[in-house]
Design a protein around this ligand. Sequence first.
Ligand SMILES: NC(=O)c1ccc[n+]([C@@H]2O[C@H](COP(=O)([O-])OP(=O)(O)OC[C@H]3O[C@@H](n4cnc5c(N)ncnc54)[C@H](OP(=O)(O)O)[C@@H]3O)[C@@H](O)[C@H]2O)c1
Length: 338
Amino acid sequence: MKAIVLSGVGGTDQLVYQEVADPTPGPGQVRIALEAAALNHRDIWIRRGLYAGIKLPVILGSDGVGFVDEVGSGVDLNLIGKRFWINPSLAWGDRPDIPDYKNWRILGLPDQGTYAEKIVVDVAQLEPCPADWSAEAAAALPLAGLTAYRALFTRGRFQAGQSVFITGIGGGVSQMAMQMAVAAGGKVYVSSSSDTKLENARRAGASGGVNYRQEDWVKTAREMIGGDGPDLAIDSAGGKTIDDLIDLVQPGGYVVNYGQTTGACQNLEVRRLFWKQVNLLGTTMGNTSEFRAMLKFYQELNLRPEVDRVFDLAEAGAAHEHMESGEQAGKIVLKIRG
Ligand SMILES: NC(=O)c1ccc[n+]([C@@H]2O[C@H](COP(=O)([O-])OP(=O)(O)OC[C@H]3O[C@@H](n4cnc5c(N)ncnc54)[C@H](OP(=O)(O)O)[C@@H]3O)[C@@H](O)[C@H]2O)c1
């Protein structure tokens, strides 16, 4: 089969489109012929050597959708030909609140990922994908949808009628958090480096947005949201933004973070955290129940994730460059077949 293999860390020239042996499913496993995969910022961090536990060579990619084309021993033969999403959260374990850190992994390092024509996964990772989903939309959903769902509903306890401030709305996870929060009947405010992305967010149901490149964006956001501030803020920028969001949310509000794109937070104003009784929470990916609940949410409300651009599998390097440019609004997809 053809796959994109990462053999060294560095530039996009390290992503090599090449022939590799077809993987064979073991007991309890299936092989999926992938229709499409999608990028996550994690793939960029790994390619650049900025991720823990890198083992090379590896096929990157956490998101994928496709058809079962072979099953291992002990697996129902009737699965062959059926279409599935792959849950990228592997071996989460029994506790819903945290993963089993000894065994938990994200698909696409160290396990071989979805930038390939075929992939082998445990049958427990499969969730049925209906025919009315395009391969591109379906591939865009898993990792970002799961992360956004847990950040918003499990960790952020978001409910209809509440307000949420989501940073960096161009991001794949942010887009899905916005989509779900609007669909859940909340009031959504966003930030972005791009006024065009802010305008697009308003069209998608956001009540307002601020450009985080403006020095006084917290003040602008506070005036825009009114009252005591939002019930919840969701962030993956990290850095100083964490301090700013503790300032922005209402007393007793929630700040839920899932990334640190801009680096560590150097000067946290701790006084504000305790005085306002703010709940500062971290979140990562999610468990199997949350993955299923997220898929159900999207299907029942007939939502589709925002797909920014589609590249061929062989163009994975160009797709990475596009993500690194920060120009995207939504998910970047790799089309594999069909
Ligand atoms: N813990 C987890 O489970 C998990 C899961 C998924 C992702 N992540 C992490 O979350 C981050 C985003 O991932 P992604 O896949 O959604 O990436 P992405 O699609 O590349 O989105 C990155 C977005 O970050 C925004 N951003 C950059 N600098 C910012 C700042 N100073 N303030 C606010 N926003 C800023 C930009 O928004 P604009 O374009 O609107 O300016 C950019 O589009 C990455 O660091 C990733 O590693 C973590």
